[in-house]
Design a protein around this ligand. Structure first.
Ligand code: NOJ
Length: 551
């Protein structure tokens, strides 16, 4: 297999604002490439794919957690914040990856998980061994239970993965975990926790990391005054109040934490970037993105929007207005490791219940892969034309759909067990990538893959698409190469907002992006087609297709 290289070797740009308009490719390390044959992807595997990453013309990679972890939540349960999981490699391997990426002009962002640690973190083990009220317990959130004998959880708060957010320990106390019980929440009122995360930021920044993605940034500070007040059950996509009054999520006090983080990130030249993962109402998102805090916050509005021009238009307009009003840059996301892949979302009936489809519990919900992929390609091309930075998720450049055919016994997402098998969870977008048409684990590694890959992966492998005109891989490469020319310019002018069918906007320099959401082919404006998400039909733009044009 040959991987097309970029037209020129690139170097890291000197622009300290690179993150404002970056194309960032998310790598879920355990499912990218397995170099040592244990079925889990690893750091050396990622390093071996740097030429592939360079061929995508991305500006940065974002690495999901690679830290020592018992994998109760795919690595978002960290047992040591300043090390590499031995199954994924060593710190020396990590340094080699950073060097290899930087040598090809690609920056690296890593995940930092401050809300909770793993239950195997030495501090939590120490807390379990210590007495109630001890300093060791004060690093986490331990409370006595409710009811005459303390046998009831201290409050009715629910975990984001289902079930209660409290678990009891043998001496009778309970600890809080907003996610799995293997992910105890830190006590962010404790200065030791605050300081330790500053040390972690410096540790990785000193190793050359360019930025951080901050996991559940909106939940660190809690109102633990008693009696405990009710909170919403699940923050992902849930309806939070817009005044910061929920006791667990999006409290105003959290911003003081990120102001301190910004001071540390600004100790570096260039300052290290950061992006908040914060499932909060749009009005509140920009607080995290203030220049005095993280600088960026993920905008998941396109993930939540249907394939509908009105929704796309409104999401784009409102987010660009917000960004302009505050000096932040917009972020755009269609897929990541937590949501059903967008090639599948657009191929399911409008409004379909994704979980019911994954479970196969509603025979009426059928996926149309052809329609889904056509729309996904059009949506991606539209997204890549927008001002701001675009976050791409591994495998979307191959046009991968969600893998629904995972048997119950292979599921790893804690949601499956915690919901009593009511929710299948997120494993379907985390199946290891197909690199080759066939062979052992489709080229993922020499000895199997930790989640089974379906037969259809071979046709969507890198080998099957590399160099093939019209393939999704070549579409991404062409689009990302062309997008680089737009960088640094954050203006957008709507030309057509026919929210029944056509969205057409221009960017400075005569650049136009036209998407046809309607059922009929439409005429293109004058100009030269630079990139198109699908073939034209007698010179017209077919349904579910986006074209970039130069006038
Ligand atoms: C958000 C991460 O993206 C998700 O994968 C994880 O399960 C939760 N945070 C908990 O860390």
């Amino acid at each position: 297999m040959t991987i097309a290289q970029g037209p020129t070797a690139r170097t890291i740009s000197a622009d300290p604002d690179w993150w404002r308009h970056a194309a960032v490719y998310q790598i879920y390390p355990r499912s990218f490439t397995d170099a040592d044959g244990d079925g889990l992807g690893d750091i050396a595997g990622i390093t071996s794919r740097v030429p592939y990453l360079a061929s995508l013309h991305i500006d940065a990679v974002w690495l999901s957690p690679f830290y020592p972890s018992p994998l109760a939540d795919g690595g978002y349960d960290v047992a040591d914040y300043r090390n590499v999981d031995h199954r994924l490699g060593t710190l020396a391997d990590f340094d080699a990856l950073v060097d290899a990426l930087h040598a090809t002009g690609i920056r690296i962002i890593i995940d930092i998980v401050p809300n909770h640690s793993s239950h195997l973190h030495p501090w939590f083990q120490e807390a379990l061994a210590a007495a109630p009220g001890s300093a060791a317990r004060e690093r986490y959130i331990f409370r006595d239970g409710a009811g005459p004998d303390g046998a009831q959880p201290p409050s009715g708060w629910g975990s984001n993965f289902g079930g209660p957010a409290w678990t009891r320990v043998p001496d009778g106390q309970w600890y809080l975990h907003l996610f799995a019980k293997e992910q105890p929440d830190f006590n962010w009122d404790n200065p030791e926790i605050q300081e330790d995360f500053l040390t972690t930021l410096r540790f990785w920044s000193d190793r050359g990391v360019d930025g951080f993605r901050v996991d559940v940034a909106n939940s660190l500070i809690k109102d633990l005054s008693e009696p405990f007040r009710p909170s919403i059950d699940r923050v992902l996509g849930g309806d939070l109040p817009i005044d910061g009054s929920d006791p667990l999520y999006d409290r105003d006090e959290v911003h003081a934490v990120f102001e301190r983080w910004r001071e540390v990130l600004n100790e570096y030249d260039p300052p290290r970037s950061a992006v908040a993962e914060a499932w909060v109402p749009r009005e509140r998102r920009l607080l995290y993105a203030r220049p005095s805090e993280l600088g960026q916050a993920f905008n998941f509005d396109l993930v939540l929007a249907g394939w509908n021009p009105r929704e796309f238009h409104d999401v784009i307009t409102s987010n660009l207005n917000d960004a302009a009003a505050t000096g932040a840059s917009s972020t755009w996301v269609l897929s990541n490791h937590d949501v059903v892949r967008h090639a599948t979302r657009y191929g399911l009936p409008r409004g379909a219940d994704h979980n019911a489809w994954l479970l196969g519990s509603d025979a009426a919900i059928l996926e149309d892969r052809e329609v889904g992929l056509r729309r996904a390609r059009a949506a991606t091309l539209l997204m890549l034309a927008l001002p701001g930075s675009a976050y791409l998720y591994q495998g979307e450049e191959l046009g991968l759909s969600e893998v629904a055919e995972l048997d119950d016994h292979v599921l790893q997402d804690p949601t499956w067990e915690r919901t009593g098998h009511q929710e299948k969870g997120r494993d379907g977008c985390r199946v290891p990538l197909p690199w080759t048409r066939g062979g052992e684990s489709f080229g993922f590694g020499p000895d199997g893959s930790h989640l089974p890959q379906p037969d259809w992966f071979g046709d969507l492998s890198v080998e099957a698409e590399d160099g093939v005109y019209g393939s999704t891989l070549e579409l991404y490469r062409a689009a990302l190469r062309a997008r680089a020319q737009l960088q640094g310019n954050e203006e957008l002018d709507w030309q057509v907002r026919d929210t029944e069918g056509i969205l057409h906007f221009s960017r400075p320099g005569g650049w136009h992006c036209v998407t046809n959401f309607s059922q009929q082919p439409v005429d293109l404006p004058a100009g030269v087609v630079v990139v198109c998400s699908g073939p034209l039909l007698k010179g017209m733009l077919p349904t579910d297709t986006t074209a970039w044009m130069l006038q």
